[in-house]
Design a protein around this ligand. Structure first.
Ligand SMILES: Cc1ncc(C[n+]2csc(CCOP(=O)(O)OP(=O)(O)O)c2C)c(N)n1
Length: 355
């Protein structure tokens, strides 16, 4: 067996970039094969997602949503990773990963119900291959690993993907999931959106690892690092990982380096721990701007298209929030019943106290 010098893993890894911030393809070999219609669909989904986020922040401030974790800045990782998969592939999300769920088929009003803490938000339609968003950091990594084990045992050619943040990659569940998936060569993708902060804690303060991609090494799995502001790099990395998984070559850890343009949640103030200069530098890397530039240069997109998508997104969000608001109020009995096929006797008795 060949060996590498022992210092080799102490250096950072270079991230894969395909589309530059100027909107030029700088790495043709890694450009995913996409038709013009797919390119336009990608731009549509990214702009829709940004507009929905703008609107959701306002709805949160009006008290019409509950917990909400903003998504602006992370459209390349969220839209791109889902776009690279098949409908039957299974998504295990964290609390911020709502766009992946909606683009995979979850009705938008259910995403709003989840935000409002309503049980119907977590009742996933049978034909939508996703779990409800996980609030416990890292727990979904084990769920995805288990689902992938199920795919393998049933000889199904599907892939499970799970998302966490840079903070999540410091949890015990993360290492357990990677190790188990590596040992059993499971068809799972661990997708880490490294947006630089776990709420207020910067990346360099919560791990001494040079990169998150390095963490694949000890689990014996493939680890890659991509520019998370570049949707083509994200699509390419996920497609390659899914192909390896379907071919029985096991899991991949993908670190996508990105940035959240907004605070962690609506109760956070990012100005307490980030500088204006840093925010300005990242806004230059805006994932939507570079896709729009690229599509414009190919004559596939114009300002009118952007405006049309924004209008459609606003109308859709208004419709879906009204649907969420019309849903019957949640009751404690309803909440308990939604958890069990047969309600345990002690909870049945407690229910009576609330009726
Ligand atoms: C097990 C656990 N510990 C702590 C928390 C509180 N908490 C919520 S979000 C968060 C930071 C997560 O940061 P990161 O994984 O980088 O994800 P991001 O929100 O930046 O996408 C923490 C510590 C939690 N929800 N679960």
């Amino acid at each position: 067996m060949s060996k590498v010098p022992y210092e080799v893993y102490t250096e950072d890894v270079e991230a894969l970039t395909v589309l530059s911030p100027a909107g030029e393809v700088i790495n043709k070999d890694k450009m995913p094969a996409l038709t013009d219609d797919q390119l336009k669909e990608i731009a549509y989904r990214m702009i829709f997602t940004r507009t929905w986020d703008d609107r959701a922040v306002n709805l949160g401030r009006q008290g019409r949503l509950g917990f909400y974790a903003p998504t602006s800045g992370q459209e390349a990782t969220m839209v791109g990773s889902e776009f690279a998969l098949e409908k039957e592939d299974f998504i295990c999300p964290g609390y911020r990963d709502i766009p992946q769920l909606v683009w995979h088929g979850l009705p938008l009003h259910q995403a709003f119900l989840y935000s409002r803490g309503h049980q119907h938000g977590g009742e996933i339609p049978d034909d939508v291959s996703v779990l409800p968003p996980q609030i416990i950091i890292g727990a979904q990594i084990l769920h995805a690993t288990g689902i992938a084990m199920g795919f393998k045992l049933k000889n199904q050619k599907n892939v499970a993907i799970t998302y966490t943040g840079d903070g999540g990659s410091s949890e015990g569940d993360f290492y357990e999931g990677l190790n188990f998936a590596g040992a059993f060569k499971l068809p799972v993708i661990f997708f880490v959106q490294n947006n630089g902060y776990a709420i207020t804690t910067p990346f360099a303060k919560q791990t001494a690892s040079k990169s998150i991609a390095h963490k694949a090494v000890a689990a014996g799995i493939t680890g890659v690092k991509v520019d998370g502001m570049d949707i083509f790099a994200v699509i390419q990395a996920v497609k390659e990982a899914a192909e390896r998984a379907r071919n029985g070559e096991g899991p991949t850890l993908i670190e996508a380096v990105t940035y959240r343009f907004r605070p962690h949640s609506l109760s956070d103030d990012a100005s307490k721990y980030r500088t204006k200069e840093e925010e300005g530098e990242w806004s230059e890397k805006d994932p939507i701007a570079r896709v729009v530039k690229y599509l414009e240069s190919k004559g596939l997109w114009s300002d009118e298209d952007t405006q049309r998508v924004k209008d459609e997104a606003k109308a859709k969000v208004n419709e879906e929030i009204k649907l969420a608001e019309k849903t019957e109020k949640m009751t404690i009995s309803g909440l308990i019943d939604s958890m069990f096929e047969t309600t345990p006797k002690d909870l049945e008795e407690q229910k009576a106290d609330f009726e």
